[in-house]
Design a binder for this molecule. Structure first.
Ligand SMILES: [Zn+2]
Length: 121
């Protein structure tokens, strides 16, 4: 095995360990959907994840909540102060990375992990 292929294999191993750690740090209620046994259609998987996370969000009096997966918030457009995402629309955009929203890092990591597994299968 060449040094380069050994290095790639080692990096893949480390990436898998890091992504496993990300999943393990998420709330238990999302474990099954994050693990996603059926990843034959990644968009269906992502839709199921978005539905589960939005349903679990606990919005404040203004209808806003931090992301239950990564705990991030967005900024108030007037004050720049951190505020939760509007539920459900803003949170769903964050989870999907749609409408110019920064995608949830947890969703990104887990999506890539599933995609890598599909490619290796
Ligand atoms: Zn998030």
């Amino acid at each position: 095995m060449s040094d380069q292929s050994y290095e790639i294999k080692d990096l893949k191993r480390r990436l898998l360990a890091a992504s496993s750690c990300v999943v393990s740090l998420c709330p238990d209620q999302f474990f099954d959907v994050l693990r996603g046994d059926d990843f034959s259609n990644p968009w269906l998987w992502q839709a199921a994840l978005v539905d589960a996370v939005v349903a679990a969000a606990q919005p404040d009096q203004r209808g806003r909540a931090a992301c239950p997966l990564c705990r991030s918030r967005t900024k108030d457009t007037n004050t720049g102060d951190p505020v939760g995402f509007t539920v459900p629309e803003g949170l769903a955009m964050h989870l999907r990375g749609s409408h110019r929203a920064h995608q949830c890092t947890v969703v990104k990591v887990v999506f890539e992990r599933h995609r890598d597994r599909m490619n290796d299968a």
